[in-house]
Design a protein around this ligand. Structure first.
Ligand SMILES: CC(C)(COP(=O)(O)OP(=O)(O)OC[C@H]1O[C@@H](n2cnc3c(N)ncnc32)[C@H](O)[C@@H]1OP(=O)(O)O)[C@@H](O)C(=O)NCCC(=O)NCCS
Length: 147
């Protein structure tokens, strides 16, 4: 198994895994987003590849806020259901941590849905501590771009 940057050519596998994570994504959507992300230095999408197949991926992003020191955040993490429990998730987190260190971030955060109790144990084993619980709100923007 090796960990490397994800490319638009990985879109089909990345989309399948995003869908496993609970965010239904088509290969076309994944390809468009991976192409866009390649131009953004404050984000990395790293893929776990085994025997030529992408079996997991993680996205880490840098956050610059007025109210805190800059930090890196795991925006998404998923390992293929057939490969879970073999240490790949921990290696992807280690790769994200390495990216954060190389980009000067001193804190790595992750937000995880309250229902993912097994995943919470995974993060705690890797040294993450619970800081708070939040309610996340969202809406469409008032004026879509381009109108
Ligand atoms: C969480 C996840 C990325 C961990 O990857 P992994 O390769 O299975 O992790 P590791 O092998 O390094 O560590 C195994 C630990 O992960 C956790 N885990 C969470 N869900 C798991 C699952 N479905 N199968 C196996 N382990 C799981 C457990 O703590 C497990 O330890 P345990 O076997 O002692 O219970 C992976 O299980 C996954 O994709 N889960 C579904 C999506 C998800 O929750 N993503 C994180 C969103 S914040």
């Amino acid at each position: 198994m090796k960990i490397r940057p994800a490319h638009p050519e990985d879109a089909a596998a990345v989309a399948d895994l995003a869908t496993q994570l609970g965010y239904p994504t088509t290969p076309e959507q994944a390809e468009t987003r991976l192409r866009d992300l390649e131009t953004r230095p404050e984000s990395a999408v790293l893929a776990a590849e085994e025997n030529g197949a992408v079996i997991g991926w993680i996205q880490v992003v840098g956050a610059h806020r007025v109210d805190s020191e800059p930090y890196a955040e795991i925006a998404a993490l998923v390992v293929d259901v057939a490969h879970r429990g073999g240490g790949i998730g921990a290696e992807l987190v280690a790769a994200a941590d390495d990216w954060a260190v190389r980009h000067g971030f001193r804190t790595l955060r992750v937000r995880s849905n309250v229902v993912r109790e097994r995943t919470h144990a995974f993060y705690e084993r890797l040294g993450f501590a619970r800081t708070k619980s939040q309610v996340i709100f969202a809406r469409s923007t008032a004026r879509p771009a381009g109108r």
